[in-house]
Write a protein that binds this ligand. Structure first.
Ligand code: NI
Length: 196
């Protein structure tokens, strides 16, 4: 089932999400629905707060990036297979000189901006069977993870922009929260004015 994606301005996107355990109700169904929702919106990641649930769960399928011919064959291979569910994830270490990448977000349609992040991270998370893994991610794989991870801490990529950039996109963000935007997937807008 495709779920509506929560738009910028909804308080659920600002909460620090809570950890879950294997008793979380209907978790398998939730994950399946989130996958369907992510693919339907052509996203490379989706975090639970974006479908209105403040829990520490997100999905990534970075395989669309594997077509980027500027990447090394090794990086493309990693991205092609970077399709995972992350539960109760933590970033243990972030390293390297910040690099810039043009990010977007399904909750903030039509806004894309350059964001600086560190290139290498060591992470710990649980998979769908609640088995714990520790891994190191680099480059775009790390980038997508950092973006989704921010969502479960109530952070959006637009928070990381310069004061000037923030000012320039303020109106656009207001419009998004009011539903004055066209997205080609289902959304839920926090400040939608109901027609009388
Ligand atoms: Ni996002």
């Amino acid at each position: 089932m495709i779920l509506p994606i929560v738009a910028f301005g909804d308080p659920v996107l600002r909460k620090v999400a809570v950890e879950i355990n294997a008793d979380y109700p209907e978790l398998k169904t939730l994950i399946a629905n989130m996958k369907e929702t992510m693919y339907n919106a052509a996203g490379v990641g989706l975090a639970a707060p974006q479908i209105g649930k403040s829990i520490r769960l997100f999905l990534i399928d970075a395989s669309p990036f594997a077509d980027d011919e500027e990447l090394s064959e090794k990086d493309r291979d990693v991205l092609k297979n970077f399709n995972k569910v992350f539960i109760n994830a933590r970033i243990l270490k972030e390293e390297g000189t910040e690099w810039v990448f043009n990010e977007g977000c399904l909750s903030i349609p039509d806004v894309r901006e350059d964001v600086f992040r560190q290139p290498e991270i060591t992470i710990e998370y649980q998979d769908e069977e609640f088995k714990t893994h520790t891994e190191t991610l680099n480059g775009l794989a790390a980038r997508v993870f950092q973006h989704e991870y921010d969502h479960i801490d109530g952070i959006l990529f637009t928070d990381k922009l310069s004061t000037l950039k923030k000012r320039l996109i303020k109106k656009k963000l207001e419009h998004i929260s009011k539903g004055k935007i066209r997205a080609n997937y289902r959304m839920r807008f926090p400040n939608l004015k109901k027609k009388k």
